[in-house]
Design a protein around this ligand. Structure first.
Ligand code: 5GP
Length: 206
């Protein structure tokens, strides 16, 4: 009997705010319960509904820097004045146990993860146009003019990095974007790196 051992897939999803990332990642986690969400560390204070250890591990800046200097993180970045980082050891452990991992991290972090987690699949979600992104941000109704301008200029900085990602999803229509994300995930699970040892075992039967 050939071993069914599997390695997990690391799926990294980056997107400017307003492109539908939250909706799409939520759907992925619902449809594929074998996904584990990578719990990051942050120095940002918890929001009202957030739980320590589920949403983030909330740390003070000194503790974050101590861990960063001890190479605790697979990647880390400063986003909107706070530090965020992905623990390296738990990432590697979960992947080697065969758990697929979803990373909702910023572009700077994704570029580090590309090196520290070999085989990570990097997906960028793009808006179909600037006009449409602005329309969606306004539609939320929660943005002041100032915060809208800030998000639009952050978007252009992030989009300028989209060229080195493995895949793009241009979110013009949410259902199409969802089908594309689902297809990308399923395709990633078919990579030979997911089945270490399978081929040798199969050839060993001859
Ligand atoms: P929030 O504070 O709203 O939860 O997240 C703000 C931003 O930080 C999001 O764009 C998210 O992608 C990014 N982020 C969350 N966790 C990490 C992490 O572990 N590493 C990096 N580089 N970015 C993160």
């Amino acid at each position: 009997m050939i071993s069914q051992q599997r390695s997990g897939i690391a799926l990294v999803i980056c997107a400017p705010s307003g492109t539908g990332k939250t909706t799409l990642t939520k759907r992925l986690l619902e449809e594929f319960p074998r996904f584990a969400f990578s719990v990051s560390c942050t120095t940002r204070p918890p929001r009202a509904n957030e739980v320590h250890g589920r949403d983030y591990e909330f740390l003070d800046r000194d503790e974050f820097k101590r861990r960063r200097d001890a190479d605790f993180f697979a990647e880390w970045a400063e986003v909107h004045g706070n530090y965020y980082g992905t623990p390296l050891e738990s990432t590697r452990d979960l992947l080697s146990e065969g758990r697929d991992l979803l990373f909702d991290i910023d572009v700077q972090g994704a570029s580090q993860l590309r090196r520290t987690v070999p085989g990570a699949r990097l997906i960028f979600i793009l808006p179909p146009s600037r006009e449409e992104l602005e329309r969606r941000l306004r539609q939320r109704g929660t943005e002041s003019e100032e915060s809208l301008a800030r998000r639009l200029s952050a978007a252009v900085r992030e989009l300028a990095q989209a060229h080195w990602f493995n895949s793009w999803i241009i979110n013009d229509d949410l259902d199409t974007a969802w089908q594309e994300l689902r297809a990308l995930y399923i395709a990633a699970t078919l990579s030979p790196v997911r089945r270490p040892g399978f081929l040798n075992a199969l050839l060993g039967e001859w």
